[in-house]
Design a protein around this ligand. Structure first.
Ligand code: ATP
Ligand code: MG
Ligand code: MG
Ligand code: MG
Length: 514
């Protein structure tokens, strides 16, 4: 079955169960201070779950372009090194807004996987929430009992809050989830070690494919002053306690300040990794061996004169590039140009990582990524026509970005060689990391990556200090203006310190607004 057929069958299946098929939302989110990029299928339906809007349809299904490169979900460092985490991926999903619940969701999931896709039942495992006493959350026996009508009990595992409970934030809709995992190892290995032991253990062939979230509770503040109290607690404790103690105590406090209520209308929110599903159905060992990635990998291999599967680092580079070009192209097509701040800088960082992998391991000394854009655009012409429609524009932007970075990359890499010979205690100091950033355009995470490849570390704190100094310098420069007006410096232009921090920052802001 081709990936295109796999996607269509998913949508057809849920259409036959009364779902409205809707298009993917854009990857770039413009009007939500808590999120820059779509990172799950449910994002576009957030207002339905929060009760701010009424859904037009009670049952919906789609394939959603997702990007996980920042904040709570950041898979960037895994990409290319493992075989099943991508920056940009498709999440197939079906939703019920106050309509069907656990029984239908789980029975349909099982029907689709085992009858339509014909995945082997003896290679599938499911998990249900084990409950959490500390957090007053019950185990999901309801889901377990439903699974018991379909699967032998020893394939139903209990999972903890981290993997099997979903919540949006400190308050709001939340509930248990039930995951489906598949064991794709050869039979000899399965006979030696049961797949059960490897579920949720970062094993490349025992992977999570589908998550079914049951939004059945609503967590609310006990009083209007509760959010401020929690905020006060955070201000008092953060930094004064170890991360672990802080987190336990914060959970306790959070629990005191909120109550959990059953929602009158319960919802289903599911997400299945499309590329992982293709790997399972096409009987491959890696997402990159499916027809989703092979056209891109083969194109890169031919252009570099190397073959995929012969050299560890060339292979990693081909995987990284085939992954990153998807993230870059679709994000630009959805309206986010690479730039020096916020979402634009996230894209620039991804692009520069890809350029450097190609330069170092595949010998691409001239712009190259832009040549993959047409391959990608054709591949996705039916499902995401927005890329085909803007193919030339996207390629042009990518090419210019590549050219700009390639102008300083070579000197930057030479500078790193020099640094390697001078470095003390295995740590590249903050000033030098800043120099690489400022003079050669090396994003912090790229320097960290190159440092790791050379068994070195970088001084991130020192880098932040240098960044702060630069900010001060540009503030001073702008306030000494004596013209007719004082130009206001866009803080973001100089203040970017990595998206993770920014995202935390916006969460704090959100508390303040409550
Ligand atoms: P994992 O534990 O493998 O990181 P997750 O629990 O973070 O996955 P969910 O948030 O439950 O993932 O998302 C739903 C589904 O999306 C997962 O079951 C998985 O199949 C897929 N998925 C999640 N992250 C990625 C990724 N970075 N690349 C490809 N597919 C992914
Ligand atoms: Mg994850
Ligand atoms: Mg998981
Ligand atoms: Mg999950």
């Amino acid at each position: 079955m081709t990936s295109q057929e796999i996607r269509n069958q998913f949508l057809e299946f849920f259409k036959s169960k009364g779902h409205q098929i809707v298009p993917s939302a854009p990857l770039v989110i413009k009007n939500d201070p808590t999120l820059m990029f779509t990172n799950a299928g449910m994002n576009q339906f957030k207002d339905y779950f929060l009760g701010n809007k009424n859904p037009q349809f009670k049952r919906i299904a789609d394939t959603q372009k997702c990007l996980r490169v920042s904040g709570k979900h950041n898979d960037l460092e895994e990409v290319g090194h493992d075989t099943y985490h991508h920056t940009m991926f498709e999440m197939l999903g079906n939703w019920s807004f106050g309509d069907y619940f656990k029984k239908e969701a789980l029975e349909w999931a099982w029907e689709l996987l085992t009858k339509v896709y014909k995945l082997p039942k003896d290679r599938l495992y499911v998990s249900v929430f084990e409950g959490d006493k500390g957090d007053n959350l019950p185990a999901d026996e309801e889901a377990k009992n439903i699974w018991k009508t379909m699967i032998p009990e020893d394939r139903i595992l209990y999972g903890n809050k981290k993997d099997n409970f979903w919540e949006m934030g400190d308050t709001g809709p939340c509930g248990p989830c039930s995951e489906i995992h598949i064991d794709l190892r050869p039979q000899e290995e399965v006979d030696k070690v049961s797949g059960k032991e490897l579920v949720n253990n970062d094993h490349p062939q025992v992977v999570e494919i589908w998550n079914n979230v049951f939004i059945q509770f609503n967590r609310q503040w006990t009083s209007p002053s509760a959010p401020t109290e929690l905020q006060q607690f955070e201000l008092n404790y953060k930094g004064n306690k170890t991360e672990k103690t802080y987190s336990i105590e914060r959970t306790k406090k959070h629990l005191q300040l909120t109550t959990l209520k059953e929602l009158p209308a319960k919802h289903v929110d599911t997400g299945m990794g499309f590329e992982r599903l293709c790997m399972a159905i096409q009987k491959k060992q890696s997402n990159y061996d499916t027809d989703v990635f092979q056209p891109l990998i083969q194109f890169i291999a031919t252009a570099s004169g190397k073959r995929y599967g012969e050299d560890k680092w060339a292979d990693i580079a081909m995987r990284v590039i085939s992954d990153h070009i998807r993230a870059i192209s679709f994000t630009i097509a959805d309206g986010q140009l690479p730039s020096n701040n916020k979402a634009g800088y996230v894209i620039r960082r991804i692009l520069r990582r890809a350029v450097r992998y190609g330069y170092t391991y595949l010998g691409f000394k001239e712009p190259f990524l832009y040549r993959i854009v047409p391959v990608l655009a054709n591949q996705f012409a039916q499902v995401f026509p927005e890329l085909k429609a803007q193919e030339e524009f996207v390629a042009k932007v990518v090419k210019e970005e590549e050219a700009a970075f390639l102008r300083t990359l070579d000197n930057g890499l030479r500078r790193i060689e020099q640094i390697k010979s001078e470095v003390k205690n295995g740590v590249i100091d903050g000033k030098t990391v800043f120099e690489l950033y400022d003079t050669f355009g090396f994003p912090l995470d790229l320097t960290a990556l190159i440092a790791r490849e050379n068994s070195l570390q970088i001084d991130e704190k020192g880098f932040a200090v240098e960044m702060e100094k630069q900010k001060e310098r540009s503030r001073a420069a702008s306030s000494s203006e004596t013209g007719d007006w004082i130009e206001v410096v866009d803080e973001d232009e100089v203040q970017f310190v990595g998206y993770d921090e920014l995202e935390t920052y916006s969460r704090i802001l959100r508390y303040r607004e409550v």
